[in-house]
Design a protein around this ligand. Structure first.
Ligand code: ADP
Ligand code: MG
Length: 559
């Protein structure tokens, strides 16, 4: 038996691969299952053009079996198989992809279903196995072959017995070392978990022999372990289904299954775009704040799939910070992946998708505000603060997009109102959008500075969160109306006639005011008679951009 050598470059490449390109070993199984799925797809495509072939979906599957005792893991498929030449070319030459060639040769325009393209995934098996054996019989061939390799050393090919068309990959799983544990790849539950994680939406059934406890025959309360063949994957990705086929419950189940959150989502969005970049997405707006949401530990991001295979568990580039609460996934066949299929080569496609998603979320929130007010207010209670941060951050770049999503408590309406509602209710002579900052609505109600504005019948927006005033300063105006704090010097309200006495009051009390100014010299810049007080004797006001409340926030910030 002649042992063929990998070319020198290949040898180095293989070593590099095995040790460095994948961040997690478990993806070897994703790669083998993807290949098996491709192999079945190829029969499917052949059957489309070859009358002698029929594609009976039920006879195609992938099976994973583990033999703990012999440390053997098998991935079996009923796909197209490989001839001797194909074994040599596709598995013997690293970075040669038979699947890519197949797509090109068969001019499959819509062959985006086929996953393989780089010709390296197979070698991921060497991350967990000392020896990899491939037994394969190609469609239309009478002969079967066995390919075997211990990694960088090269491989052997010999004729072999195999009845059915298809491929069997056998991994001799490595022994545990002091630092590394390989046993997990022989554990039924762990294997199920890996299959679910990466390959749940492979179109063909992935079967496993699973141990289940069943009642013993002729006995009611005695149980025994029995082996049962089960299908592990869900096969049809929910996002590829038609919206009309799906119920709210289906979406809720998916949310729970995917561990997007422990709550029930407030809202879901199912997107399917068929433009220059095709993608599908299912997005959720959660109802409750994740416990770590407003902490540095929280990681935003959506799951990213390419051709229904998971590429990244949290892709942060898909969401702006102000929508970091959104959960869900995106699947696209138009992503250019890097060779480990864990990252993207270009982010152009991703940017387009992100922009698109951003718009959809924005629209959805606006619709919710318009049509499902109660729901929106619930959402806003949890995540409104994040939207306000969004207005403030990035130098206000996103304020246009976000301003209509803001709600504030209104002194007059005694409930949350949008800026649009406020402005549309403004009497003609009212110059500004008034706001007051303080600790609570109750306290603000009693604030002396609010009296004059309230008495005029004008609404005041109550700001009780640190970020509120900063966000508003960034907005500057809404529908050409300026914001004005009730504690600012100029309220733009014409004084009533009997109020014009303040000038003379200032003169009359000059001595008193001067004395007060001196005593409070490091606290105030001036003491004056006020036009705005009705029932309170005294109040503080500020002039200029930074209000008293903002000063408090700024002073509380760490240097
Ligand atoms: P890729 O899948 O990116 O093409 P791989 O290294 O995973 O690269 O596989 C290399 C090639 O080997 C595939 O393109 C395919 O032609 C062939 N191959 C691998 N696994 C199988 C299989 N189970 N059945 C048939 N062909 C396979
Ligand atoms: Mg592959």
């Amino acid at each position: 038996m002649e042992k063929k050598q990998f070319q020198a470059e290949s040898k180095r490449l293989l070593e590099m691969m095995i040790n460095s390109i994948y961040s997690q070993r478990e993806v070897f199984l994703r790669e083998l299952i993807s290949n098996a799925s491709d192999a079945i797809d190829k029969i499917y495509y052949k059957a489309l053009t070859d009358d002698t072939l029929t594609f009976d979906r039920d006879s195609y599957y992938i099976k994973v079996t583990a033999d703990k005792e012999n440390r053997m893991l098998k991935v079996i498929d009923t796909g197209i198989g490989m001839t001797k030449e194909e074994l040599e070319n596709n598995l013997g030459v690293i970075a040669k992809s038979g699947s890519l060639a197949f797509k090109n040769e068969n001019e499959i325009k819509d062959g985006h279903d086929i996953i393989g393209q780089f010709g390296v995934g197979f070698y991921a098996a060497f991350m967990v196995a000392d020896v990899v054996t491939v037994i394969s019989k190609a469609l239309g061939s009478d002969e079967a072959y066995k390919w075997e390799s211990e990694g960088a050393d090269g491989y052997t090919i010999v004729p072999y017995e195999k009845d059915d068309v298809g491929t069997e990959i056998i991994l001799q799983i490595k022994e545990n070392t002091e630092d590394e544990n390989y046993d997990e790849f022989l554990e039924e539950d762990r294997l199920k978990e890996i299959i679910k994680k990466y390959s749940d939406f492979i179109r063909y059934p992935i079967k496993m022999d699973v141990t289940v406890q069943k009642p013993k025959k002729d006995s009611e309360n005695e149980y025994e372990d029995q082996i049962e063949e089960q299908i592990i994957n869900s096969m049809v990705p929910i996002w590829k289904k038609n919206k009309s086929e799906l119920t709210d419950e289906d979406y809720e189940n998916f949310y729970t299954e995917k561990h997007y959150g422990f709550d029930k989502p407030l809202k879901h969005l199912h997107i399917s775009v068929d433009g220059t970049i095709r993608y599908q997405a299912i997005l959720y707006i959660p109802e409750t704040i994740p416990f770590d949401y407003y902490s540095a530990e929280y990681e935003k991001g959506l799951e990213l799939y390419s051709n229904s295979v998971l590429i990244m568990s949290k892709c942060p580039e898909l969401l702006p910070d102000y929508y970091s609460f959104v959960k869900g996934m995106v699947d696209s066949e138009d992503l250019s992946l890097n060779i480990s299929r864990e990252m993207l080569q270009h982010d152009r496609q991703l940017k387009i998708i992100a922009k698109n998603i951003n718009k959809k979320i924005n629209n959805e929130l606006k619709n919710m505000l318009k049509n499902e007010r109660e729901k929106y207010e619930k959402f806003y209670e949890s995540f409104g603060r994040q939207l306000k941060y969004g207005v403030y951050s990035d130098f206000g770049r996103n304020k246009e997009e976000l301003q209509d999503l803001l709600l504030f408590y209104s002194s007059k309406e005694k409930k949350m109102v949008s800026l649009d509602e406020y402005v549309s209710r403004m009497p003609e002579e009212q110059k500004y959008i008034y706001y007051a900052s303080g600790e609570s609505y109750e306290r603000l109600d009693k604030l002396p500075q609010t009296e004059l504005v309230s008495e005029k019948g004008y609404e005041i927006l109550y700001f009780t969160e640190d970020i509120d005033e900063f966000a508003i300063k960034m907005l500057m105006t809404y529908k050409e109306k300026e914001f004005r704090s009730v504690s600012s010097g100029d309220l733009g309200i014409e004084p009533d006639e009997n109020d014009s006495q303040t000038d003379s009051e200032d003169k009359e009390n000059k001595e008193l005011f001067d004395a007060m100014k001196e005593i409070l010299s490091d606290k105030v810049t001036d003491v004056r008679a006020s036009k705005r007080l009705k029932s309170h004797p005294v109040c503080l006001t500020s002039e200029g951009e930074v209000t008293i409340e903002m000063e408090k926030v700024l002073q509380a910030m760490p240097d």
